[in-house]
Design a protein. Structure first.
Length: 376
């Protein structure tokens, strides 16, 4: 039996998503920009998915723009807002634990003359809202914070910080990378106080290659991709109707059960932690009040890559810090105060509501064997 516990990297598309993709590929293959019936049907499929994602975020459908994934959504949000607002104001505030698609974009803007202020957790490994607010000033054009950290599950105080920032500096654009929170926590555009929100299809049982950006009405972005003016000119290029339809189908499926699935995953996390507590030398790096979907541990000084391959030989799939960096350490764990041997032996277990207790037990037993059999 194979045990897939790498759902923060990507999830298995649900059957509803696969059916929607196949039906669009086989039957609804028109170009949404074409003026005939086939084009209209394709446009209707895109708009149906747009409404699903908008409803999930508590937003109007006109605020949702489809992209190729959250990497593009993050780039469009940050570069697009910096280009629109950063002519007068050249400072950006960001958390120090962002995914590479935000962190590297910031570095690139820094090389182009922006001042980027990175706010770190304090010594206790926690973020304090006041640190973000006091980093902002009259010269700040944008603040960007992720909701759920993809390596540890830490939940950042986005709604509270953005509200405080907006109170003092109403002109600052607020962006949230919501990839690991969307469809897992009850995320709404209004409760986040965000002008821009990035989400990804393949993290929520949709297909790879599709994502969306929520853009609050009145917020102006300079597009990254110019062309045929699809998506109201914000994201040119023929829409991937099949993938978008699949994304919408996945959202429709998950939307009604966010809280039930959260409870189920919380119970799975409790089961996992109870099992891990029986193993000598295992340290839990994730906070108790983090998203239960992501659990980061350190396995008794056994190097992450070696442990990953040990588990992989038993058809158990987990990852080190984050899958995107192909195992290379991103520095995010260090930001949370997880350093040295703890960081070198970090293993990320990421679940879905479909994960079973039996699968977790298989993982726990294999991890225990791994610790016994792998030499430090
Ligand atoms: N942000 C976060 C927090 C992520 O976890 C990921 C995916 N690892 C991304 C952005 C990028 O998403 P995508 O794969 O859709 O480009």
């Amino acid at each position: 039996m194979s045990v897939y516990l790498d759902n923060a990297a990507t999830t298995k598309p649900c059957s509803e998503c696969v059916e929607a993709i196949l039906s669009a590929l086989n039957e609804n293959y028109g170009n949404p920009s074409s003026l005939h019936r086939a084009g209209l049907n394709a446009q209707l499929a895109v708009d149906k998915a747009r409404k699903s994602i908008a409803d999930a975020l508590g937003a109007a459908p006109e605020c949702i723009y489809f992209t190729s994934g959250a990497t593009e959504s993050n780039n469009l949000a940050i570069r697009g807002a910096a280009a629109a607002y950063g002519k007068r104001k050249r400072k950006i505030v960001v958390s120090s634990v962002e995914h590479a698609s935000v962190a590297e974009t910031m570095t690139s803007l820094e090389q182009n003359g922006f001042e980027v202020v990175r706010v770190s957790p304090r010594e206790d490994g926690k973020f304090y809202g006041i640190d973000f607010v006091s980093a902002c000033d009259e010269n700040t054009c944008l603040i960007s914070m992720m909701l759920v950290n993809n390596e540890t599950g830490y939940i950042l105080p986005v709604g509270e910080v953005f509200a405080a920032v907006k109170r003092r500096f109403p002109e600052i654009i607020t962006h949230c990378d919501c990839v690991q929170g969307f469809m897992k926590l009850p995320v709404k555009a209004s409760s986040l106080n965000a002008d821009l929100i990035s989400v990804s299809g393949h993290k929520i049982h949709g297909a790879k290659g599709t994502g969306a950006l929520y853009v609050k009405k009145g917020v102006r972005l300079i597009p990254l991709i110019t062309g045929g003016k699809q998506e109201k000119g914000i994201r040119s290029g023929t829409e991937s109707v099949p993938l978008i339809a699949g994304f919408g189908a996945a959202v429709d499926k998950l939307s009604p059960t966010i809280s039930q699935r959260y409870e189920a995953v919380k119970n799975l996390k409790a089961h996992l932690l109870a099992g891990l507590a029986e193993i000598d030398g295992v340290t839990v790096n994730s906070p108790d009040d983090g998203s239960p979907y992501v659990v980061n541990i350190s396995a008794a000084g056994r190097r992450s890559e070696i442990m990953l391959h040990y588990l992989e030989q038993r058809e158990i799939y987990v990852s080190s810090g984050s899958a995107c960096s192909k195992g290379a350490q991103s520095g995010v764990l260090g930001e949370f105060g997880i350093n040295g041997k703890l960081a070198d032996s970090a293993v990320r277990i990421s679940m879905t509501a479909e994960t079973t207790v039996e699968e977790l037990d298989v993982f726990i037993a294999a991890l225990k064997d791994g610790i016994e059999n792998i030499r430090t």
